[in-house]
Design a protein around this ligand. Structure first.
Ligand code: GAR
Length: 191
């Protein structure tokens, strides 16, 4: 099964997932897709020997270019890892239950438009939350509202800065995201 990972920025999760599946005979990260030409994820893809492509916001939202590219590469499953554009309806229709996202908080808290990356951790610290974590969920037409597949929690200490929370959340992401993808795809494919 060929997976595409969509990422808009650094791509540390994309790299972690691609490395996890290296050498797996059944599942392979064969494409990295971004909406930013200069995102660091392209450098990571190059280092990993994974093809990466970029499309403009216009390409994503108003054309079939992305879908055509995914079809050409036989992509069967899409993983959003720090991808900040809303997924257009044509992709949602083409991949029923075939697109998942990771969110750096315990949804339904701290989700929705504008809630991404450090914005989330700043809000968590600002509200003096005692815990945060990660949510892996299916993607539907609304930001952060698809069915939840998996959550994991971390403590937030009263002295934690948003950078401390970001680090704790990243640690959870690196540990759990590849394993959750693996289990989901194995179940689906009956491997
Ligand atoms: C990750 O923490 C991911 O959960 C978050 O962006 C970060 C990307 O880091 N995603 C969102 O906020 C989506 N709403 P990375 O580029 O180093 O993987």
């Amino acid at each position: 099964m060929n997976i595409a990972i969509f990422a808009s920025g650094s791509g540390s999760n994309a790299e972690n997932i691609a490395k996890y599946f290296q050498g797996n005979p059944n599942i392979s990260v064969s494409l990295i897709v971004s909406n930013k030409k200069d995102a660091y994820v392209h450098q990571r893809a190059k280092n990993l020997g994974v093809e990466s492509v970029s499309f403009s916001k216009e390409d994503f939202l108003s054309t079939d270019k992305v879908l055509k590219c995914l079809c050409t590469k036989d992509i069967e499953f899409i993983v959003l890892a720090g991808f900040l554009l809303k997924i257009p309806q044509n992709l949602i229709d083409a991949y029923p239950n075939g697109i998942i996202n990771i969110h750096p908080a315990l949804l339904p808290k701290y989700g929705g438009k504008g809630m991404y990356g450090d914005n989330v951790h700043k809000a968590v610290v600002g509200n003096r939350e005692k815990e945060s974590g990660i949510t892996i969920h299916y993607v539907n037409e609304n930001y952060d509202e698809g069915a939840i597949i998996f959550q994991a929690k971390c403590d937030v200490a009263p002295t934690d800065t948003y950078e401390d929370v970001a680090e704790k959340v990243h640690t959870l992401e690196y540990k759990h995201f590849p394993v959750v993808i693996d289990k989901l795809l194995e179940k689906e494919a009956g491997i």
